[in-house]
Design a protein around this ligand. Sequence first.
Ligand SMILES: *[C@@H]1O[C@H](CO)[C@@H](O)[C@H](O)[C@H]1NC(C)=O
Ligand SMILES: *[C@@H]1O[C@H](CO)[C@@H](O)[C@H](O)[C@H]1NC(C)=O
Ligand SMILES: *[C@@H]1O[C@H](CO)[C@@H](O)[C@H](O)[C@H]1NC(C)=O
Ligand SMILES: *[C@@H]1O[C@H](CO)[C@@H](O)[C@H](O)[C@H]1NC(C)=O
Ligand SMILES: *[C@@H]1O[C@H](CO)[C@@H](O)[C@H](O)[C@H]1NC(C)=O
Ligand SMILES: *[C@@H]1O[C@H](CO)[C@@H](O)[C@H](O)[C@H]1NC(C)=O
Ligand SMILES: *[C@@H]1O[C@H](CO)[C@@H](O)[C@H](O)[C@H]1NC(C)=O
Ligand SMILES: [Cu+2]
Length: 792
Amino acid sequence: MPRSLCFLLAFSTAVSAASISGRGSALPPLGYERRLLRDALNKRSSNDSEGSCITSEAPTVSAPKTNVWAPISAEDNLAVWNLLHDPASGLNLTHPDEATLTDNYVFWIDTLHTNKSSVIPYLDGDGPVPPKYARTIIFRGGQEEPDSQEFMVGPLPVSAETTIEPLDYIYNGGSGGSVPFNARYFDGVKTSATDPLVISTMTNIADITAALFQGGVYYGSSNESTTLTATSGTPQSFDGTQAFRNIMFRFPGPATYMTPLDFFLLIDCTGTDPSKYFVKGFVTNERFFATEAELRAAFEAGEIAQEYDQTLDASWALVDYKPEMGVRELEERFAPNSIELGGKRYKLDKEQQYIEYMGWSFYMSFTRTLGIMFYDIKFKGERILYELSLQEATAQYGGNQPKAANTVYHDTYYSLGAEMGTLVEGFDCPFGSTMWNISYHEGNQTIVNQDALCIFETDMNFPISRHRAGGGSSDYGFRNLGTVKGAMLTTRAIATVGNYDYMFDYSFHLDGSLELSVRASGYLQSSFYYPDQGKWGPRIQQATQGSLHDHILTFKGDFDIVASSNSLEVSKLVSVNQTQPWFPELGEFEQMEMDVSCMEKEQQFNWAPNNQAMYCIVNKNEKNAWGEKRGYRIVPGRSDIHLSVLNSPWSMKNTEFAKSHLAVTRQHDNEPFANSVQNINLPLKPQQDFMKFFDDESVDDEDIVLWFNLGMHHFTRSEDVPVTLFTEAFSSIVFAPQNFFDRAQDGDLLNRRWIVPNEEGGLDYEDYGVELATCAVSPSEPVLSIDKVLEL
Ligand SMILES: *[C@@H]1O[C@H](CO)[C@@H](O)[C@H](O)[C@H]1NC(C)=O
Ligand SMILES: *[C@@H]1O[C@H](CO)[C@@H](O)[C@H](O)[C@H]1NC(C)=O
Ligand SMILES: *[C@@H]1O[C@H](CO)[C@@H](O)[C@H](O)[C@H]1NC(C)=O
Ligand SMILES: *[C@@H]1O[C@H](CO)[C@@H](O)[C@H](O)[C@H]1NC(C)=O
Ligand SMILES: *[C@@H]1O[C@H](CO)[C@@H](O)[C@H](O)[C@H]1NC(C)=O
Ligand SMILES: *[C@@H]1O[C@H](CO)[C@@H](O)[C@H](O)[C@H]1NC(C)=O
Ligand SMILES: *[C@@H]1O[C@H](CO)[C@@H](O)[C@H](O)[C@H]1NC(C)=O
Ligand SMILES: [Cu+2]
C-alpha cells in the first residue's frame, strides 16, 4: 500500500513540522499576522522556479490573441495627461492640486471599453486589432455653464492621429457625458468649499455640542481642538439643480463608523459661489431645528439632553485579538490549509492577463470603477461569455434620521476598483496563490496595488461526482465505486470601499460551470441608538444602532453560447390536470410538466416563486448529439435579491438595475454599462437610465446580455461587531452547462478512483497514473513549517 502510506506520511510530516516550529503560539497573533503581511508585500525574492508546491510558479502559455480589453499603460496615461494639459487642446486645465471650484481640471483617466463590434472580427477572424482609447472625466467649473464632461482620447499610443472627443455615446440620459456641476463627484475641492459655513456654524454652537457629546466640538477637520468628525453620504443632489450635504457627526478614530452621534447639520451648497451656501437646519433627538436660535432655545430648556453616551474609545470595534473573550481549546494550532500538492495546474500569460485551466480559457482586465473584468471566457475552445463584469455595488439604508434615510451608495462613484488592495497570502488567499498587481492612474502617476488579485486552485473538499453501484462484493462489503476529485480555480479580489470590504470570487469548475460569489465584511454604517427605532435595526452597543440596509451587486453577463446569437429560454414547472387511460381509477390527476418558451422582448424579471422556473441562455442554431439546444443555465445561488424599496426619491431613476433580480437586453456598443459613475447624485434625472435599455427590441436569436443581481438584505445584528462576517454576508450564482454537451464533463478527468471487488475478495484499485503527490511535503523537505512559509 505505498500510496496510502505516502499520504499518511505527508499528513504527519505537515502536522509535526507545524507543531515543532511552535512560532504560531509563541508570537502574539497580531505580530504574527504583520509578519505575513510584510512577507506578502515583499513578495518572494527566492528562486520561484524551484519545485516546491508553495513556491512554484504556474506554467506559462501564450495567449492566442492580444488582450484588446487590457487597461491602458502608465506610459499611455502620462501621454494622455500631457495631451490634455497641452494648451493646444483648448481645455484650459488647471493642475488638480491648485484647482478651485471655478477651474477646469482632470478628475481621473481610465481605460475606455473596446466596442464588441470591433473586437469580434479580430478575435474570430483576421480583423485588425481594435484601437485603444482612454476615457477621462474633466470638471469644468471654469465654464459659463459649469459641468463635468467626459472625453474619449485615442487612438493610443498618443500620436498625430489622437483626438480628444466628448464621450457622449454611452449615456442615454439626454446630456451625454455631461453632468451638472451640482451633481458631479464631491471631491476635496467641492467639499472644502463648504468648510467655512460648516466651521462657522459648528463653532457658534460649540458650547451645545460640547455639553451634549462629552466635549465634542467641530472647528474644521484640520483644527487641533476639533474632537468630532463630519461625514455626509450620497446622494448630494436630486437632479443637478441643487446640492446639499446632510452631515452627521461622529467620534473619530479607526472605527469611527461605529461611534455615530445624534447630531446632524443640513446645508445647501448649490452652485460655484460658496457665499451663497446656507444652513437648512439641525437634527438631534429626532427633532428638526431650522435655525441656531431654535436649537439653542431647546438646548437651554433642557429638551435635547442625550439619553446615552457614545463610547469615546472604540477599541471594542477593532478586528484585533480579544483575550478577554476566553480561550478555545486547540485553537493555538495552525489551521488547515489548501496546498497545490501536485504543482500548479493552470497556465498563465501574465503579459496578456490570460489564463488557461482544465479546458477553460479567459482574459482579464481591470478598470478603476468596475474592478476586475473577464472577457472571452471559453470552455474546451467554445465561447460561453464574451464579457463578465461587475457593474455597480449599491447600498441603500433606512432610518428616522437624515444620514441613514438619505444614504444610497454607488461604489463605482468611489472608484471601487482602485480600492482593491493587497491580499494576505495564507489568510485572504491560500498559500502559494499566484498574486498579481492591480494598477490604476492618479493624475500623471500610476499607482500599483501590490498583490491585489490572487489566482489559486483549491480542493472543493467534496468529489465532483461519485457512485457506489451494484455488482461485486468483497470482504470489505464493497460494491463498485467510482469517485472523481473536485477542484476549482478561483480568481479573487477584495475592494475596501469606505466601511466595507467586498470580496469577489470567480470560480471555474471542472464540469464547465462557473460560480460567482460576493461576500461582505467591514463596519456597519451605524446610527445613534434611539430606543424607539428598533424597526431600523437592533442596538449593538451602548449608544449604537446597526442601521438596516440592502446591498445589491449588479453584474453584466454578455453570454455568447458558441456564437453571439442566443435566446433566453424559460422552462416553467406547471402543475396540470390530466388523465392517463391506464389509471382509470384516478380520473383527472395533477402532475408537473415543463412549459418551455423563449423570451421575446427585452425585459427585467425576477426569479420565479419557489424557483419553479429554469432560465437558460441557449443557442437555437447549435444542437448537441441528442438534438437539444445547447445552453447554459442561470442557477440561482444564495441571496439573489433586489432592492427592497423601489420608489425612494434617493434612488428613483438612477438605480433601476438594482430593482429586479435579472434583466435581458440586446447587446449594443452604446450600452456597455448599466450605470454611470456620477449617476448617484442624479436620482431624479439620471445621466444613465437603465430603463431606456428596454425599448422593445427582440432578444430571441440575437446577441443578448443578461444583467443579474447578487446581494444581501442586511438585517444587522450584534455579531456585526466589530465587523460583518464573510460567513453570513454572502451571495452567489452559478452558470452551468444545460445540454451544452452530450454528457457530463467529468469522464476525461484522471484524478479519480475506480474500485472494484476482485475474485479473491480484495479490491482492485485504479488510479489512472495520478499518484498521491509528495511535492514539498516530504521528510527531506518539511516545507509546511510556518517558519519556512514566512521566509518564502
Ligand atoms: C532557480 O532554479 C532553477 C531550477 O532548479 C535553476 O536552474 C536556476 O539556476 C535557479 N536560479 C537561481 C538564481 O538560483
Ligand atoms: C481658463 O480658466 C480660468 C479658470 O481656471 C478662467 O479664469 C479663464 O477665463 C479661462 N480661460 C478661457 C480662455 O476660457
Ligand atoms: C464605438 O461604437 C460607438 C457606437 O457605434 C461609436 O460611436 C464609437 O465611436 C465607437 N468607438 C470607437 C473607439 O470606435
Ligand atoms: C481652531 O479653532 C479655534 C476655535 O474656533 C480657534 O480659536 C483657533 O484659532 C483654531 N485654530 C486654528 C489653527 O485655526
Ligand atoms: C508588483 O509590483 C511590485 C512593485 O511595483 C513589483 O516589484 C512586482 O514585481 C509586481 N508583481 C508582479 C507579479 O508583477
Ligand atoms: C507629474 O506631475 C508632477 C507635478 O504635478 C511633476 O512634478 C512630475 O514630474 C510629473 N511626473 C511625470 C512622470 O511627468
Ligand atoms: C385539478 O383538478 C382539481 C379538481 O377539479 C382542482 O381542485 C385542481 O385545482 C386542479 N389543478 C389544476 C392545476 O388545475
Ligand atoms: Cu451591510
